[in-house]
Design a protein around this ligand. Structure first.
Ligand code: NDP
Length: 316
């Protein structure tokens, strides 16, 4: 049951770079946006350490600091940032209806969805522990590969992302071990070809990660060949996981057009979805680039598209 119903012109769901950038633009356009953060305020970047590739920070910045800056900038222009999780949606209603934490009902003329995607992890206890301690476990080679220059690293996965990231890491690192659980890769033939022809990438077929060693940082990885049962310890300092992402779009299924993985379809080079007045920005609609700066750029597009939609429909 809803505790209360509140109507807003522009509701933004999610607090990564896409959501906050949408909020900055929407607030400056006087759409008086309300942004619900989700369970992880600041999104995926709050789980990284240094961010060296976001333009405007020549000395780098930590992920949490960057997100605090974006939040402060959104609030400076009047965005109401609220902690809460969107748990249900009726986007075909007019106005659109969104329930927060199952109790608060919001109605909105426009909804900007920036719910992001979550990296999948293996689920090993030491993976979680070292990831939380920023101890050398990462799901983003482009973000964190730089810290492992000249070192030996592991990457787990065999899809296009793993192949692309293995190639990326091979240019920075001395040696890249790629752990593949089957005797073939899912990645496209071209990507596989590139990986197989890179001298400093060693593919460990039919293999899975048994454990990650190290008290405060990665000091080694134990790999098991699942055909022979043989264990091997790799002397590495970085552990990259590239086994896929899951877009956080479950509550919109059956309403918004999505691909088979759950990424929201947008129309052409816009942020428009199949429902007028609903816009999708950032990683929930992007399985290709997934960078903070591309998410921020698409957040800007979402706010501009919302503003134009409101102007055209005479609401604002
Ligand atoms: P995918 O789902 O395509 O691949 C995931 C890989 O991780 C698979 O090889 C899978 O193994 C492996 N995996 C899954 N779970 C585990 C586990 N628990 N332990 C070990 N390995 C595991 O994800 P991607 O992120 O690679 O790609 C997502 C989509 O984005 C794809 O459609 C891809 O084509 C696309 N993409 C395109 C790019 C491009 O065109 N440049 C770049 C990056 C992505 P298995 O094969 O055995 O199931």
């Amino acid at each position: 049951m809803s505790e209360k119903v509140e109507h807003v012109t522009c509701l933004i769901i999610g607090s990564g770079p896409a959501g906050y950038t949408a909020a900055i633009y929407a607030a400056r356009a006087d759409l008086k946006p309300v942004l619900y953060t989700g369970m992880v305020p600041g999104g995926q970047l709050t789980e990284t350490t240094e961010v060296d590739n976001f333009p405007g920070y020549p000395k780098g910045i930590t992920g949490p600091e960057l997100m605090e800056d974006l939040k402060a900038q959104a609030e400076r222009f009047g965005t109401q940032v609220r902690f809460g999780m969107a748990t249900k949606a009726d986007l075909n209603a007019s106005p659109k209806r969104i329930w927060i934490d199952e109790t608060i009902e919001m109605t909105a003329d426009t909804v900007i969805i920036s719910t992001g995607a979550s990296a999948k992890w293996l689920g090993l206890p030491n993976e979680t522990r070292l990831r939380m301690n920023a101890g050398g476990v990462s799901a983003c080679a482009v973000c964190d590969g730089f810290f492992y220059r000249g070192q030996d690293v592991v990457i787990v996965g065999a899809g296009d992302t793993a192949a692309e990231e293995a190639t990326y890491l091979s240019k920075l690192c001395k040696k890249v071990y790629m752990i593949v659980r089957r005797s073939e890769m899912r990645a496209s033939k071209a990507m596989q070809h590139r990986v197989k022809n890179t001298a400093n990438i060693e593919i460990l077929w039919d293999s899975e990660t048994e454990d990650i060693l190290g008290a405060n940082a990665v000091e080694g990885v134990v790999v098991k060949n699942i055909k022979t049962g043989q264990l091997r310890t790799l002397d590495v300092t970085g552990f990259f996981v590239a086994i896929g992402h899951k877009p956080n779009t479950d509550i919109f299924k059956g309403q918004l057009n999505m691909d088979e993985l759950g990424y929201i379809d947008v129309i052409g080079a816009s942020s428009k979805t199949n429902i007028p007045g609903v816009f999708a920005v950032g990683d929930c609609a992007d399985k290709t680039y997934r960078q903070a700066v591309t998410a921020a750029g698409s957040g800007c597009m979402g706010a501009l598209d919302a503003e134009r939609y409101l102007a055209a429909s005479g609401v604002h």
